[in-house]
Design a protein around this ligand. Sequence first.
Ligand code: ADP
Ligand code: ADP
Length: 229
Amino acid sequence: MTVELTGLTKRYGATTALDSVDLTVESGEVHALLGHNGAGKSTLIKCLGGSVRPTSGTIALDGRPLENLTPRSAIDAGISVIYQHLGLIDGLTVSENLFLGNELTAGLFVRSRSQRIVAAESLARIGADIDPDIPVGALSSGGRQMVAIAKAIQRDAKLLILDEPTAALSPVEAAALGRLVLQLRAEGLAILYVTHLLNEVMTLADRVTVLRNGRAVWAAHMAGTAKGD
Ligand code: ADP
Ligand code: ADP
């Protein structure tokens, strides 16, 4: 899948948060998005996630423009945004969190027993050794990040958007997350990775875009990343 932003612009009153941004993310690619505070990173990923409506410009999947994205239609289109707050509910189990929200999708109802099996499979797919029956509140930051990613994968995400995913992680957890990102890339996901850490850009990114005051001021392909070219 190719996700293409063309001329994406978002104004909040007099503030231009995004100013005609062009950006492409392809399957099997990690695209790193950099920029100082206020550069427009959050606004860009919220546009992709359907929670902010662009003022103008288009978001297209495989050449097909997505009109009037909502959080629900973004998920249905295969776009999963993992915000820093992750959106998990501490008092519910891992399994319950993995299915939370799915009752809204057409006709999907999974009984709790099979739900646990699907949850265990989703966690296994990303190599997360997490008990589906424990409350999310009992997990470390790294464990919570893994559950959020498992949820995106379970929803059949084609574009995974990670917003500074290692910000709250220990070095060991961050390394595990990096390995997972490379695994998902190898499986063909398109990944948009917001970071300001140079080591993550150097080890993970195939492409980099730098936002500044809402404009994409610099974009480049990275040579010789772990993709092995
Ligand atoms: P970043 O994520 O790179 O820090 P943001 O996308 O959050 O940048 O913000 C880009 C600009 O848009 C900033 O000037 C910010 O103050 C402004 N902005 C973001 N969200 C809103 C909003 N809901 N209302 C008004 N201005 C906003
Ligand atoms: P981030 O670092 O993720 O951009 P912020 O703390 O800048 O987070 O913003 C938190 C929330 O406030 C975001 O939803 C953003 O859209 C909103 N926001 C940012 N700037 C403004 C602003 N000037 N007016 C209103 N809302 C804003």
